[in-house]
Design a protein around this ligand. Sequence first.
Ligand code: BGC
Length: 766
Amino acid sequence: MVAPYFFPPKGLYLFLFFSFLLSCDGTDQKQAELSIPQRVNELMAKMTLKEKIGQMNQYNGFWNVTGPSPKDGNAKEKYDHLAKGLVGSMLNVRGAREVRAVQEVAVNQSRLGIPLIIGFDLIHGYQTISPIPLAESASWDLEAIQSSAALGAKEASAAGINWTFAPMVDITRDARWGRVMEGAGEDPYLGGVVAAARVKGFQGNDLSSPNSVAACAKHFAAYGFAESGRDYNTVDIGENTLHNVVLPPFKAAADAGVRTFMNAFNELNGIPATADKILQRDILKGEWGFDGFIVSDWGSLKELVDHGYARDKNHAGELGLNGGSDMDMESYIYLTELQSLLKDGLVTMSQIDDAVRRILTVKYELGLFDDPFRYCDTIREKEITGSPEIRAGALDMAKKSIVLLKNDDAVLPLKKEGQTVALIGPLAADKNSPLGNWRIAGENSSAISVLEGMLKYDGNTIIHEQGVKLVNAIPAFHQEVDINTTDKGGMKAAKNAAKNADVVVMVLGEYGFQSGEGRSRSKLDLPGFQQELLEEVYSVNKNIVLVLMNGRPLVLNWADEHLPAIVEAWHLGTESGNAITEVLYGDYNPSGKLPMSFPRSVGQMPLYYNYKNTGRPGAKGADAGSVFWSHYGDEKNTPLYPFGYGLSYTEFEYSDITLSKSELDNGTKIEASVTLTNIGKVKGKEVVQMYIKDHYASVTRPVRELKDFELVELEPGESKQIIFEITPETLQFYSANKKWESEPGTFSLFIGTNSNTIRSIDFKLK
Ligand code: BGC
């Protein structure tokens, strides 16, 4: 007998439908009512050990939208891992459609449907490229820096990204190191406030807003102190430098609420940072109470073996997790080793749970569990990418980043009419170099060149000559730059153009990929034939404005001695040429100040303004003429341009400093004030800088340290009183007691236009 079909009454359908709705609603409602820690706990209770370890595993993009990339041998395996919930994060998958594709696999195919966190090096803009971070820091404009990060986050998040590996907050004192372009320079205070501004910009007020991305303070720690400026090299610094110089910007980022940290490739005093328990577990997660997660740097777990610290991969996993690394970027070690390490009792379940809890918490905060595709809207992506708002932000930031290094006889601004301008140099029409190093999503050669910028002003005649080529071909991101050292073919034409010009603008410097990761230099001169070109052109026309594009301080002695004007224009991003031209023509008055000292010679490296006095700071009095003091026989100790230095088209006058009182007690403050007056003819901005010297302490202190600054804009003739507050906290440092504290004594306070200022006054801390 054939069983009759069973047709349930309509009412039953309705009943089932409504109970389904209710149950969904109920679950969502219930989830929404739970706090993030509760939601994380509920989820973790359902996870297997393998799934937990999967959250600690991060893969580089291997996905071609239509399927795993055939070029990558691992792709099939990685895809299976993704579908099985064994991947917590991916990096370098970008584009709303592409991110949706990988997210769909993670969410729809894996057992628990845990969304991925999508990481990307949003370092200086996404597709619209903003100035390199070192340049942005030269603005000393924290609002602008924050807003630049926020615009980058807006563009990147519209392309599916929800986590940036920025800001890099490594202090950098050695211009040979290629990654100086990526940080805020040499000073821990400036580094700290810039770090906080960037974190706030990336993360916004609400991490779950679709415009914000989680930030990542990197590289923890001391990566910037690579010996001899050679990337990835050994770091050996003492506790004093570690605590007083290296850690403060990381602490500032943590205090600003950064949700992730990345550790570093370097070893620090014999322990590779990736496995450094004291740094990661004791200081960061312990003392500082950081409750986000730490990702390793690319493959840095497996490099523990190369360092000679781990016996093998398995041992590297043990050292990495014990050291505090929560997520493994591209080492494939946690996924393969953690289970057996746990079984062997070499790592603990609570360490794994802690890492997973941290990672899931950030995912919940980003709203990824509420809508895993919140960053995957192709319409929004189209609207936002390269939008006028983002372009305008890039232009604004670029102008603010420019530093005027020299301007004798007011050569600048240039006259807008009736002039013949020879525009010379390999970077004058270059649309690629201004994009700088970390422009992964930027289109090659998409920057506005100086030539394009200058042609927008039609009052002058522009004659462009390249002079010499800088590179032989455009290198790939990972390739060595091939500098032209054979072809001087264009030199003659450049001289001819210069001969008959009223003014020569020469655009020289470093190729866009000459700074950045893996791009250390042993020389800090103008690469290739550029110095020769400069001197040849100078032999026919001395009226030269040198516009520099570079990712690090360069040695500019000859230019400084001979040329009337020098403009530091770094690698300024998409709007580079427009920004530079506005400055050259005086439509924008430059106000940038150097975030790193510019040396006189590469032999001075590392060079920084907040050095220690030593026992032999000079040979004076009876010792005059003696060699027995800390100096070079063939070069000055001082930089060519000091930290904090930069000129304007106007002039500022400082009054003497006055103090509200000359003795400071605990719980009180001193107010130090100066009056700043614009005594020039045009409106301008000045960064008023305050430095303090601690005369003696339980550990020696630098000759001076930046403690505060204010960016002030004044009309011609206008004055403003600037007041800085000094409390005992301002005077704290990591002391011989191994803690942050201030010690009674005498202090000098300096206020002025750069780190060389001599305007000072003394006070005491009781
Ligand atoms: C760099 C990191 C970067 C990571 C991912 C590494 O080589 O050191 O700064 O975030 O790659 O691209």
